[in-house]
Design a binder for this molecule. Sequence first.
Ligand code: SF4
Length: 508
Amino acid sequence: MSELSERFETHDPGEPKVGEKLRCDACPVMCYIAEGRTGACDRYGNFGGRIVRCDPVTILEHRAESGGEVVSFAGEEWDGNPVNRARRFVTGIGAGTTYPDYKPAPFIVSQEVEGVDLVTVVTEGIFSYCGVKVKIDTDRHLGPETATVRAQGEPVGHVTTAEYGSQMLSLGGVRHLTGGSKPEGRITCDTLLALCNRQPVELTIDEGSTIVVQAGKPPVIDGAVEHRMRVGCGSATIGMFATQWKGLVDEVVVVDDHITGVVSEHQAGKVIDWPDTGIKILGRRSTPGRYFKVSEPGLGWGGTTISDPLEILGPWNEKKGARPGLSLLMVSTTGEQFAYYELDETLTPVEKPFPDRLRRSVELIEENCEPALCTVLFMGGAGGSLRAGVTENPVNLTRSVQRLQTYVTCGGAPAYVWPGGGITLMVDVTRLPENAFGYVPTPALVAPIEFTLRREHYEALGGYAEHVRSVDDVQRAGGEYFNERAVHGAMPDNPWPLLQQLRRERST
Ligand code: SF4
């Protein structure tokens, strides 16, 4: 045995110690676990006198999609062999870990891909610094920016800046996990775990709404399922549909919390010679035909508090084109709310039955809206300890990731790594296999993480070359935690790590 191996061979199971309590060293809790029982997180147990990781190691088969459909890989035809020994990717799901990572990662796997020897270092990271960013596709006002978001009454995050057609939440983070009360930390951890494992979670926002959030599903806001994400702001909607309205109606107002649009004043109307109408909008005029703050944010038309859109209209000006009989369409940015009016003799809008000639244009707005979904991105920092399981000199891994020599995945899903120092990553939880995340009661989340790089690069950065194994060996013999191996189809949209880069390099 080499000096390196001797140094790290600390988990040699030796003879099973049946009947004795065993200590799990996979996290700082260091549970003593009785025979036949599991530890505090239920991920490890004492079975047959050994510490066993209770879930199987997940290996992804890149030939078969999850639904069983066979896809070609790397441009080759499948040879029909259901056991494909060249295309399996060992993920960190069920790999096990230790805290701190005082020894090489549980699996360091090599395989040749397109003629290049790649190494994948596989572990389950304990993320003390982690959280989720939640994007909720809705125009509705969920709560003021920076308002506290609660789960089961405990603060777990806050409302952050709104994005185009979406409201954003930032949940978790080290301050809620470990910087507050015990219940706050525990419920924050529960909330993050459920969201990362794609389960529904009810959240309440101070001075705002109660929402049910589930990755990949429509949000439920104050009991109502949100179906559509707006096509654009009111101004953008005017820009998209002005030509379709010309000749069918004298004026169109698209009501929106952000920018309410008025076609006769808007540049999109001007370029097609849309006549003035003498309309007056009660709001802050930004540029012609674009108005801010026609109302407060809310659950009404276009994310405002408005239930009667006439509230945002001032008196009509006869000198600028207003006349009895002038027709007016008012519509929200999702096309879900709409109404038709005509000015009477006193230039007051009077609602009339909605004319068939305008129905198609409103349907078109609805058709152009995308389905409203919740998106959950796990965000965490791979700390120095985790990196020590990859290389003897952890900063080398950071540099290698920053140089794009090392490709980072979580459960086989591509991760976005933030520029700058450290390895701070984000990953869409719907691209991981189900129930890929776990927790430890410190509290912190446990997430699979894999680092893939060329073998020569791995050796150059001080990797544990003597611990490199083949995928076959991993599948046959497993690892130090005696768990099963489970093979699943890889998600077809998740590329093989580094594949694009290898192909680019080969073609230049
Ligand atoms: S909480 Fe889980 S990982 Fe931590 S020591 Fe206990 S069993 Fe092991």
